[in-house]
Ligand binder design. Structure first.
Ligand code: SAM
Length: 368
């Protein structure tokens, strides 16, 4: 194989394709991000200005603080249970949870009730989370789980920021003969991965929402079965045990045709199939499908609203003014710039959405 290290992820994928034939985009993405030895998230901490991307909690402490207060408020609306699992899906470096816990200390009964559970598959990131959160949690360290299923039964508050965009998507393409799945093959002559269409007959049409089925040839539809499974499971658990989930991610409010799979390395776009395992792969979250899946599990859904509107409703401007009072001129400029990045429509304010799922007995979700 030209230009590829056979021992790494590209070699693994190439061998997998040799055995199985072309694989789905979801299989490619799942291995690229989560392969136990070579996956992008498994091998290194990719966050920050020196890494590949920056997420909202890494931009400013205000993001996690406001979410911490949202959790404390929601816990109170749940009837202040003696114990609640405070769960984060895909906590990255643990920054959001650290800031959330600090702010939530304003409601000591909530801090006493909260047991922190982290759903994280990356050992490297689990270590980062341990370093950051151990001092804040003292004799009640967080518990880690590979999946939501590991979190014990009981009332729960779940936070997921930029978790769902990392779950593997399937891609479908409309051709002159109807819908078909896009697969990934290896081109032995060119020495590179390439997209091909699945020619085998299958029930693909049934997987496309009715409103999109008649889209013109060339249209692409992306579905994320893993995201729908997690949303459904959240719906079932919230309905059975009480609580709420807050999902923040970039994406569209209702299902739509369009190709959004992208690869980012060092803050720049790179070709999606090139050098798997060395770039972040994400796709826009279909909030319409997430909400449907959560409702089918029994939850009530609120929103999605935009991240800008949500953070403004929770008081980001007031928190920024408070921080500015004790800040140097440089720090004040950083605070202003962070607020702009988080809520302005030209930055993250509109593209990022916030969806809340609650126990069906809850009468609302703060900020939405
Ligand atoms: C883009 S990062 C977001 C991190 C963090 N929430 C933040 O806002 O900075 C995605 C996170 O999800 C984790 N992750 C990705 N796929 C996962 C999966 N299938 N199960 C559990 N965690 C996963 C990654 O290791 C990482 O911690």
């Amino acid at each position: 194989m030209r230009g590829m290290d056979d021992g790494g992820l590209a070699g693994h994928l190439r061998r997998r394709i040799a055995v199985e034939g072309p694989i789905s985009v979801a299989a490619f993405m799942g291995d690229a991000l989560g392969h136990p030895q070579h996956g992008y998230y498994i091998t290194a901490d990719r966050f920050g200005a020196a890494g590949d991307f920056v997420t909202a909690p890494e931009i400013s402490q205000m993001f996690g603080e406001l979410i911490g207060l949202w959790c404390a408020h929601t816990w109170s609306a749940m009837g202040a249970p003696d114990q609640v699992s405070l769960v984060e899906l895909g906590p990255g470096r643990g920054t959001l949870m650290r800031d959330a816990l600090r702010a939530a200390a304003m409601v000591p009964q909530f801090r006493d009730a909260a047991r922190v559970h982290l759903v994280e598959t990356s050992p490297v990131l689990r270590d980062r989370q341990r370093e950051l959160l151990a001092p804040a949690l003292g004799d009640r360290p967080p518990r880690w789980h590979d999946t939501l299923a590991g979190v014990p039964d009981g009332p729960l508050l779940v936070i997921a920021n930029e978790f769902f965009d990392a779950l593997p998507i399937r891609q479908f393409e409309k051709t002159a003969h109807g819908w078909t799945e896009r697969m990934v093959d290896f081109d032995e002559e060119g020495g590179c991965f390439r997209f091909v269409l699945d020619r085998r007959p299958g029930p693909v049409e049934a997987l496309i929402p009715a409103a999109i089925r008649e889209a013109p040839p060339g249209s692409v539809f992306e579905a994320c079965p893993a995201a729908m499974a997690v949303a459904h499971e959240l719906g079932v658990r919230l309905a059975a045990s009480g609580g709420a989930a807050l999902i923040v991610d970039y994406g569209h409010p209702v299902s739509a045709a369009g190709e959004t799979l992208q690869a980012v390395r060092r803050h720049a776009f790179v070709p999606v199939l090139k050098a798997p395992g060395t770039a972040d792969l994400t796709a826009h979250v279909d909030f319409g499908m997430l909400a449907d899946a959560a409702r089918s599990g029994g939850a009530r859904t609120w929103g999605p609203t935009t991240q800008g509107a949500f953070l403004a409703a929770l008081g980001i401007r007031e928190r920024a003014a408070q921080l500015r009072r004790r800040a140097t001129p440089e720090q004040a400029a950083d605070i202003d710039s962070a607020v702009h990045r988080l809520i302005d429509g030209s930055e993250m304010g509109t593209l990022f959405k916030v969806l809340a799922l609650t126990d069906p007995r809850q009468e609302g979700a703060a900020g939405i």
